[in-house]
Design a binder for this molecule. Structure first.
Ligand code: X8Z
Ligand code: ZN
Length: 609
């Protein structure tokens, strides 16, 4: 989950993506070179931004409390959060502010490009909070707060014993007894039914809010942040899925046979039973493979959870980024709560830009293992993005990613780099002389990055598309979910799952980061494009075996991308920085060597996709 109330913008793209080319600042904007219209515009933007930042901060503080301290039966935080979010909505959605922004954009050609972008940002945020229908907005805010509390306040149990989501995940990663796996998987889905009513209500409220400013539905609204229609977004998702399909088909076949062997099953199922996979949603299968000589879980365990966060920070500072501010460590919530705590916290990782200035935090439940090691790098990617675009050249209203996918891509890129062998050897997490099987390493990576695509670009995106844009009815929600998992992931439920369940709602983002999951699919595509460029053109290393550590040149490359925040045009940026349009080419090239191996392994096996 990203904690970005506002992110990137899309339209007319005249700003440079490059930090060396100075963009206008609030200061330069007040110089005498400005026209009368621009001066007026700037005066409005300055006072709007100050108030925006203040209300944003209050909302973030309240949300932070609501997500880090969930006390059963105590509504103090929920009430405060509702109030703060209502105040933010009342301001950003006010008729006056929306009308001013519209009027200013009618004179767009007389504004500076940076001013125009800020007015577009105002309209985009306003459309989510229109005060022409204040009751709908208020109801949505209330429903959102309640949904978060229900999701994260839930008490997961296996045979009556309370368990954390970390414990469930560890069972799914390591347990070979299918009965125990099934119990853990079932336990992970128990949160769904209680979220159904709230989610249906949220669907209507989310759609209604944005419809009043002319968007077809909430999915369309979210896609418009990329300058794309809902159809264009779905076409792009289809294309990404299709490009990776041949490789996914091999991985799917491989996994069916290997897992059947692992679990002692004589019969190989045509479709993967969901509880066979090492992840609650089948989105990451990498725990299936252990590469001999690289046992990251074992190497990380004695180091402890804190070491992982510090190490991720060291990776960024080695590239030339600043150390994290001390407040990051004092104000973040980085580790699991003690087992005896009488409250709960959000169990999904996130990063927060609390005041759109220097207060940056992360909410995690870090344990010393490979999955959290990767996630820590991911979250610090958001944090370093915040820190980098918090600069005098980027106005408060444009402190977001070049687009939302870029924000996801930076940290995931660092997560990928932090797992590669030469880097692990530098950190002494593996012996530098150890011989390892490169194909197994690549297979493990594919089981993480490639298997994610049908889930993100297929299941999640299409389900939310149908939910918001096609108004899926209450009695076909689970059916549609499992139709899509079968079609895209080749995965089926352990037993029939009727409409008394709502398995989609067990996924965080369905509740609190709605209609945006394609961000992650796109972020993987972008991250391989960036990695390919960094490896080949900056480091002159094999993309499969890089060591970014200490490279100021890599740091500068990334900083140039992050520095302008949402004042940059994301398409132009990609072209300028990598020489390519958005394309799965780099991702496919990266995994190409695996195809021959998998085809060989799968010889004589039945393909079912
Ligand atoms: O939600 C996240 C991040 C937080 S922004 C941990 N991710 C997606 C997920 O967990 O479903 C990272 C990759 C996919
Ligand atoms: Zn993220």
């Amino acid at each position: 989950m990203k904690k970005l109330i506002f992110t990137g913008l899309t339209a007319a793209i005249l700003c440079s993506a490059c930090s060396s080319q100075k963009t206008e600042t609030a200061e330069t904007a007040t110089t005498t070179e400005m026209t009368q219209v621009q001066k007026e515009a700037q005066a409005f933007l300055d006072q709007y931004s100050a108030q925006y930042q203040d209300l944003y901060t209050k909302s973030a503080e309240a949300e932070w409390a609501s997500n880090t301290k969930i006390v059963e039966g105590d509504s103090t935080n929920a009430v405060a959060t509702r109030r703060a979010n209502e105040a933010f909505a009342a301001f950003t959605g006010s008729v006056e502010n929306i009308n001013t922004a519209k009027a200013m954009l009618e004179k767009k050609d007389q504004l500076t490009p940076l001013q125009a972008k800020q007015f577009e940002a105002i309209l985009y945020t306003g459309a989510n909070n229109p005060q022409t229908i204040p009751d709908v907005v208020k109801a949505r805010i209330k429903a959102e707060t309640e949904q978060t509390e229900k999701l994260y306040g839930f008490n997961y149990r296996i045979f009556e014993k309370s368990v954390s989501t970390n414990e469930i995940d560890n069972i799914l990663k390591n347990e070979t007894d299918l009965k125990k796996r099934l119990a853990a998987w079932n336990a992970s889905k128990e949160v769904g039914p209680g979220l159904k009513k709230g989610l249906l209500n949220l669907r209507d409220l989310r759609n209604k809010t944005v419809q009043s400013l002319g968007y077809d539905d909430y999915f369309t609204y979210q896609a418009s942040d990329y300058g794309m229609t809902r159809e264009e977004m779905m076409t792009l998702m289809k294309q990404i899925n299709e490009e990776l399909r041949p490789l996914y088909r091999e991985l799917h076949t491989y996994a069916r046979y290997e897992l059947a062997k692992k679990y002692g099953q004589k019969e190989v199922p045509d479709f993967l039973p969901a509880h066979w996979l090492p992840n609650r949603w089948g989105q990451d299968w990498s725990a299936m493979v252990n590469v001999e000589g690289i046992d990251l879980d074992a190497a990380l365990k004695p180091k402890g959870a804190e070491w992982q966060v510090k190490q991720a920070e060291r990776f960024y500072t080695s590239l030339g980024f600043d150390p994290l501010p001390e407040s990051f460590y004092t104000k973040s919530s980085l580790y699991p709560l003690p087992a005896n705590a009488n409250y709960k916290k959000n169990n999904h990782a996130s990063a927060w830009h609390m005041d759109l200035d220097k207060d940056v935090r992360s909410l995690m439940s870090v344990e010393p293992n490979a999955e959290w090691y990767e996630t820590t790098h991911h979250e610090l990617g958001h944090v370093y993005y915040y820190m980098t675009y918090t600069n005098p050249d980027v106005p408060v209203l444009l402190r977001g990613g070049a687009n939302r996918a870029y924000h996801e891509a930076i940290g995931s890129l660092m997560g990928l780099a932090a797992m590669q062998k030469p880097f692990l050897a530098e950190l002494k997490l593996i012996d530098k002389n150890v011989q390892t099987d490169e194909v197994q390493t690549l297979l493990k990576e594919a089981l993480s990055y490639v298997t994610f695509i049908p889930f993100a670009a297929g299941v999640m995106s299409e389900w939310e598309h149908d939910f918001y844009a096609k108004n899926l009815s209450a009695d076909e929600l689970n059916k549609r979910w499992w139709e899509l998992t079968k079609k895209y992931q080749g995965m089926v439920p352990p037993a029939n799952r009727g409409e008394n369940y709502l398995d989609a709602a067990t996924k965080t983002h369905i509740n609190d980061d709605a209609a945006q999951y394609y961000d992650y699919a796109m972020s993987y595509v972008i991250l391989f494009q960036l990695h390919d460029h960094i490896a080949k053109n900056i480091l002159k290393q094999d993309p499969h075996a890089t060591n970014y550590y200490g490279s100021k040149e890599v740091g500068n490359f990334l900083r140039d991308i992050m520095y302008p925040g949402a004042s940059a045009d994301w398409r132009q940026m990609l072209k300028e920085k990598t020489g390519e349009e958005l394309s799965a080419r780099a991702m496919i090239d990266y995994f190409q060597p695996l195809m021959d191996y998998l085809k060989e392994q799968n010889k004589g096996r039945k393909y079912t996709l």
